[in-house]
Design a protein. Structure first.
Length: 557
């Protein structure tokens, strides 16, 4: 069993190699550079080596062929001189003459491989010496070569053949054919000389082996040189990348060590200069941001004292407004209303300054968002009635508690409800709460004027209004949605918006049920199933009063 498990692990490791190589190829410039350089170098060496090998083989063969033809021509010329100067006339002397002539041919030609054939169409002659064929040439000489030799007696012809060696194998060779004229009326003979080129083949093989070893050594040397050079270039790049990541993470004091005076050193010096400038700029911006936050906070705190005095005086006047004349009474009411709005604006400014300063802490506790949403709807029921909107709550899920700061979540719901009431144009408003294993979501939909995509992207900006000429009808400060977004982010959640002109808007709050939740998927859709609907179906929801009755029944149960 152990051996089988080891084999399985080894097979898995081999199968994983292509994936690991592909990953290293994608991530590492060094790997790509080294492999590309080695691959192209190997291809170049292979092409050059093959060209040299073929050139050497061709030149070597041509040299051997020229030598063989010259030796054969010299040998046959000498043999013909011997035959021409002989006076042999009988059969015995002619045979001795041919034997001596062949010995002369083999000694001059430098080969013992010889074949002698009388022309097959010659007249019968009892004095003609018999044919002689060396065993190495038996079956090697082709009829085509013999035909060429017979048709052109004055020339010599050659052919590449395979000659048997003493070990039972074959060696490359050349057979050269020519013609001899035998005296005493005997006629013409074909003479063939075989030359073994085994030594030339061995020389070529030695050169190829030497070239292959040299090519392998050269590729290895190029690999080492490429690795060293690429490493010398890649390491500064890696150092620069690591330093950049540390700078991005907030470590503004990190720098690249500068060594030498080359291009890499110049890059490091330029990078360090950029980091110094960036650090100084960030420090200036941080100081300016702190000053701005402190200014807003100080102004807000300083305005509280006179605002409190104004508020007390205004409350006294507001309590006695019935005793004033009409214009004065109206002025007192406006003073009271604007003083309340000014107080809310100061409170929102202080809250925004806390978020900007990063000094916000959450007081979380297990909270039921369905009950919280019902309380918020109930508290804004009168305002919704005044604007002609009916607020309905849909709660198919979300009845389990979530770890949230109830004050901030309630503020988000109230801000979203106030925004929906102001822009709902008297149409119904639907508040939905649902949950899944990882998150709980709350959405508020109105069926009012809606917004364009460009306006929806800026809806969470501070003091922003889609229509600057439109007055705030419920006394908003212009910071409600911005604070709501900060509250959602502080809980690790999201506040999204969908809107379409003429079809209303949807604001969706999604927060994790627990602080340690990782993958959060909202249980509520952002875009409605029927965006063009003018209102929700009456049976799909319940209003605040109905929710209060259901909550009471649930408590009693």
């Amino acid at each position: 069993m152990t051996g089988a498990a080891d084999d399985s692990r080894a097979t898995g490791s081999w199968r994983a190699l292509p994936r690991r190589f592909a990953a290293a190829w994608q991530r590492s410039l060094q790997v790509r550079t080294v492999f590309v350089t080695i691959g192209l170098s190997t291809l170049a060496i292979l092409v050059i080596g093959l060209y040299i090998s073929f050139s050497v083989a061709s030149n070597l063969f041509q040299d051997q062929r020229a030598r063989v033809l010259q030796d054969s021509n010299t040998a046959t010329s000498a043999a013909q001189l011997i035959l021409d100067s002989s006076e042999a006339a009988d059969q015995g002397s002619l045979q001795l003459l041919m034997k001596g002539t062949l010995d002369t041919v083999t000694s001059i030609a430098g080969t013992e491989v010889v074949a002698l054939f009388r022309y097959p169409d010659a007249q019968p002659n009892t004095k003609a010496p018999p044919d002689r064929v060396s065993p190495d040439l038996a079956g090697v000489i082709t009829p085509e070569l013999r035909e060429q030799v017979r048709q052109n007696p004055e020339d010599q012809y050659w052919q590449s053949v395979a000659l048997e060696n003493s070990e039972g194998g074959t060696d490359p060779g050349i057979v050269v054919g020519s013609t001899l004229e035998v005296p005493a009326g005997v006629g013409q003979y074909e003479v063939y000389l075989g030359y073994n080129l085994a030594e030339a083949e061995q020389t070529l093989a030695f050169m190829q082996v030497t070239g292959s070893v040299g090519a392998i050594a050269l590729i290895a040397l190029l690999s080492v040189i490429t690795l060293v050079v690429v490493r010398g270039v890649i390491e500064p790049i890696r150092t620069t990348a690591s330093t950049s990541r540390r700078l991005a993470a907030g470590d503004l004091g990190v720098r690249i060590p500068v060594r030498g005076e080359d291009e890499i050193a110049s890059l490091a010096a330029s990078f360090n200069g950029m980091a110094d400038s960036l650090q100084a700029r960030i420090r200036e911006l941080a100081e300016l941001s702190v000053m701005q936050q402190r200014f807003v906070s100080d102004v807000s705190h300083e305005l509280r004292t006179p605002l409190t005095t104004i508020r007390l005086a205004g409350d006294v006047l507001y309590g006695q407004r019935e005793a004033f004349e009409g214009p004065t009474s109206r002025t007192v009411e406006l003073l009271h209303t604007q003083t309340e709005r000014f107080e809310r604006l100061l409170a929102d400014l202080l809250e925004i300054s806390r978020y900007d300063a990063g000094s916000v802490t959450l007081a979380t506790e297990p909270t039921n968002l369905v009950h919280l949403a019902g309380d918020a709807i109930e508290s804004m029921h009168e305002l919704a009635r005044e604007h002609g909107s009916e607020v309905r709550l849909e709660a198919p899920g979300g009845h389990l508690d979530a770890e949230v700061d109830p004050r901030r979540i309630r503020r988000i719901v109230r801000n979203l409800l106030g925004n929906a009431i102001e822009h709902g144009e008297g149409r119904p408003i639907v508040v939905a709460v649902d949950s899944n294993e990882s998150a709980i979501a709350l959405s508020v939909r109105d069926f009012g004027m809606g917004m364009t995509p460009e306006d929806a992207e800026r809806v969470f900006d501070r003091f922003w209004r889609a229509d600057p000429s439109r007055m705030r009808t419920i006394g908003g400060t212009g910071l409600g949605l911005a604070i709501s977004l900060e509250d959602a982010v502080a809980h690790g959640g999201e506040l999204d918006v969908w809107s379409s002109p003429g079809h209303g808007s949807v604001f969706r709050l999604t927060i994790p049920r627990t602080p340690d939740a990782t993958a959060v998927h909202s249980p509520l859709p952002l875009e409605p199933v029927d965006p063009e609907a003018s209102g929700p179906p009456p049976t799909a929801s319940m209003n605040a009063v109905q929710f209060e009755d259901a909550r009471t029944e649930d408590r009693n149960a």
